[in-house]
Write a protein that binds this ligand. Structure first.
Ligand code: SAM
Length: 217
């Protein structure tokens, strides 16, 4: 059997699983179906691309579990005309999912190698609405703010003030946060007015640490 039909069957099972686990937003399911996860993992892991688990990438980091990517994307309550900031580009997979739904994605990665590889990979796949840069994402990307939504794909000790200040009024920040470096609560923080926010706890998650000025030192 050739590799392609095997992957297609895997992908169908993967999409069924996301729906069964409660992902309802049709735009999110469509984006998860459209983005080829196998293009974001190393050659040795291509056969595992549609397993619902995180997988290792360079620099000791991970490409997140697809269910968590879908859950966080759904939690951002995205619309097609939105501008979004992602902190933690990693492989670029999450950015590609976001870019399939919204108008423009900005994404920041602290490891230069990952930022370079993701940028090249995304360009090769034809994503022309994603800007990648290397830097400390806990400080956001003030030149392109405000953002309709911000997602942080690494876990911090708290919620970076810089990110809240770069949300539009009504904007949503989805972030894993908590005192344990390897276990967090997934929070959705909605900016209700200039100085008022609402925080919802979406449940327990496990992410690599968010390292930066407003994250772990
Ligand atoms: N979204 C990624 C994907 O689809 O492959 C998964 C990202 S991985 C779980 C988290 C990433 O956050 C890592 O690549 C890590 O280097 C990055 N990271 C950690 N702290 C950061 C910071 N302050 N700014 C930018 N990136 C950061």
């Amino acid at each position: 059997m050739t590799r392609e039909p095997f992957q297609r069957k895997d992908k169908k099972l993967f999409l069924d699983l996301l729906a069964r686990r409660g992902i309802r937003d049709k735009r999110v399911l469509k984006a998860m179906a459209a983005v080829p996860r196998e293009a974001f993992v190393g050659q040795a892991l291509v056969d595992s691309a549609y397993q619902d688990s995180p997988l290792p990438i360079e620099e000791g980091q991970t490409i997140s579990q697809p269910y968590i990517v879908a859950l966080m994307t759904e939690a951002m309550r995205l619309g097609p005309d939105n501008t979004v900031l992602e902190i933690g580009t990693g492989s670029g997979y999450g950015a590609a999912v976001l870019a399939s739904i919204v108008q423009q994605v900005y994404t920041i990665e602290r490891h230069q190698v990952l930022a370079d590889h993701a940028s090249k990979r995304l360009a090769k796949l034809g994503y022309d609405n994603i800007a990648v840069r290397c830097g400390d994402g806990t400080l956001g990307w003030p030149e392109h703010a405000p953002f309709d939504a911000i997602v942080v794909t690494a876990g911090g000790p708290g919620v970076p003030e810089s990110l809240i200040s770069q949300l539009t009024i009504g904007g949503r920040l989805v972030i894993p946060a908590g005192a344990d470096q390897h276990q967090q609560q997934l929070l959705r923080i909605t900016r209700l007015s200039e100085n008022k926010t609402e925080t919802e706890d979406l449940g327990g998650v496990r992410f690599v640490p968010l390292i930066g000025k407003e994250g772990w030192r």
